[in-house]
Design a protein around this ligand. Sequence first.
Ligand code: SF4
Length: 257
Amino acid sequence: MNLPRGYISYNQVKLYQICPQKYYYTYVEKIPAPINDKVFLGMVFHAVAEHFLKERIAGREQTKDSVLQVFDDKFLSLQDDYDIVWVMPSADVEKRGLAFVKHFLREIANAIDPLMVEEELEVELPGLGIKLKGIIDLVEKDFSITDFKTTTTKWTKEKINNSYLQMVIYKYLFEKSFGDVITQLKFRIVYAKGASNIRNQLVSRNACDFDIDKMFGVLKYVTENISSGVFYKNESFFCGYCEHLDRCQKASSVQTP
Ligand code: SF4
């Protein structure tokens, strides 16, 4: 099957589901697009959590100040890798990020017993002839999988339900690589609009409650459409945040469904 990256991933599926034409601009045309400061902050937070948890696995001691220093270093160095649209002043974004990391250290870190961090896995999907790839934020020693999210508000039930495909994909990747051991699938969401009143939400579900057949159905539908060149505009409120809006308004659909 002909896929632009040679594999499918949750991020690709999510983007295709939001808008096939946006998928086309991003993965087929590879048109570079800036990221907003919230997405950037999420990347920095992930990089800090990864560093912290890998150091814990290695048994190296870390102080609050050393972790905050890692945040400052990553916040600066990662700016070289991305074209960022600063909606808020960068100093305010940095303050919010530091508050997120302090909250993580105070409220979340002690409860984590890491086994694997940022583990990249790839398996061949039987019957579909394609590779499925993913990077799992955290697998703990109780064989639970966690994905960290940073956002402005608490996730709704609808948002949680719509996001669980990501965790089912991670469970599938892990179990095909290491055996059927996964117990829980968790989202750990750190949220606040600014640098104060930081909260976190833990959403946890039993791993066996999820339907792998359903996951296969979604992956089959999306990959067959991509392979056949089915890319159409799916106009929605997401267009207001779309970095390809100007280009899209001047273009017709690449292909209608
Ligand atoms: S502007 Fe809307 S329809 Fe166009 S590519 Fe972006 S999300 Fe899709």
